[in-house]
Design a protein around this ligand. Structure first.
Ligand code: SAH
Length: 363
């Protein structure tokens, strides 16, 4: 829902100020429309239904994979495409992948979004509406278990009942640091939906001004860096933005973030066969992440970085994903050199869940 327009609509009607909060609280708990907001006067509910679309996004298509991953393709009111993904895990975690822009102005060569035209930044409301879509869907799904969905019991971070969404990452379309005001505006709202700041990750290509701003930000948000190569020339080939913000400076900015926030930075590394998955490249990555005055560790001894190896989700690109064996040995080499490392589970492959794939297909 367009929250600015909500304020405006309520002000135009001389409604008391607490009404906006009431409407938002219902929406954040998974209400499906104004008609469910029973503590609002009926006339106001009808007026809102007439004047203010319940969501700023229209669902265009939705695909569900057998592992429970759901991918949604939306359009904004001016017809711009964007996507969001919900991943459900066996341990009860539910994690969202949100878009910050429609399309992307950066041109990473392996990424489907990078080959779409950039449309525009999403507003904070358009970002929040992606999360609300899944909040409603999960409330409806869990309705049998948690007493009516919209009335799901709420508690502290991550304890909002079985239908709660617990985590989110800005790993959908777009570069969140190039739309940071709206991304942070959306982040302020997410705890009401059940997603705490400590469980919210902002992923960047390494846009240094954004990393610096996030280091000064009050909200304890997580930072993830899409690195993909520890060598300047190869990284520039994969991610042209490296010409503007070279790897070395980006890693320094992430170290400063870690020193300031005491929060470990996730390094994303998409595994491309024969391109960035060789043993020497793992050693170079370990060196890049552990060099520096304190050997890559904070004074408390915790490593500043944790690497997340990402199996490549094939798109219409010249790349193929590394084999499982290559990923395992790359991980072994990193760990042998003291760099903590995990391999990301592949989710939703049969529904084209990788960044930009659904929108690219629909366009
Ligand atoms: N612009 C931000 C956020 C969007 S991309 C960033 O680059 O971090 C989120 C992550 O998905 C990035 O690490 C990106 O490199 C990765 N990614 C993009 N396309 C992919 C694909 N086809 N398979 C696997 N990961 C992909």
């Amino acid at each position: 829902m367009d929250l600015e327009l909500l304020d405006q609509t309520l002000a135009d009607r001389d409604e008391p100020r607490f009404r906006a909060r009431q409407v938002w609280t219902w929406a954040a708990r998974g209400a499906r429309g104004y008609e469910q907001m029973t503590d609002l006067p009926a006339s106001l509910r009808e007026a809102l239904a007439r004047e203010l679309p319940f969501s700023s996004l229209t669902l265009q298509a939705e695909a569900q994979a057998s592992d429970g991953t759901v991918k949604a393709l939306f359009a904004t009111a001016d017809g711009r495409p964007l996507e969001a993904v919900l991943m459900r895990y066996r341990d009860g975690r539910r994690s969202l992948c949100l878009s910050s822009q429609s399309g992307c102005a950066l041109t990473c060569t392996f990424c489907a979004t990078g080959r779409m035209p950039f449309a525009r930044n999403l507003s904070a409301s358009e970002i929040v509406d992606q999360a609300l879509h899944f909040r409603r869907a999960e409330a409806a799904r869990g309705g049998r278990r948690d007493a009516g969905g919209a009335k799901a019991p709420r508690g502290r971070e991550g304890t909002a009942g079985p239908a709660a969404i617990t985590h989110c990452a800005f790993m959908g379309m777009g570069e969140p640091m190039l739309n940071l005001d709206n991304v942070l505006g959306a982040c302020e709202r997410l705890p009401d939906i059940g997603i705490g700041h400590r469980r919210t990750t902002i992923s960047t290509v390494g846009w240094i001004p954004g990393i610096e701003r996030l280091a000064e930000e009050q909200m304890p948000l997580r930072l993830a860096l899409s690195l993909h190569a520890a060598d300047e020339a190869l990284r520039s080939e994969l991610m042209p933005v490296n010409e503007r913000f070279p790897l070395r400076d980006v890693i320094d900015a992430c170290r400063a973030f870690h020193a300031r926030k005491r929060r470990r930075v996730f390094v994303e590394y998409v595994m491309l066969a024969g391109v960035n998955d060789r043993y020497e490249q793992a050693l170079a990555l370990a060196r890049a992440l552990s060099s520096g005055p304190t050997g890559g560790r904070s004074r408390g001894g915790q490593p500043a970085f944790k690497v997340n190896l990402i199996p490549y989700n094939p798109t219409d690109s010249p790349y193929t994903g590394s084999t499982r064996e290559a990923i395992a040995s790359f991980r072994g080499a990193l760990e042998a050199h003291g760099v903590p490392c995990t391999v990301r589970l592949t989710r939703g492959r049969e529904i084209d869940a990788a960044c930009g794939q659904l929108a690219a297909r629909a366009s």
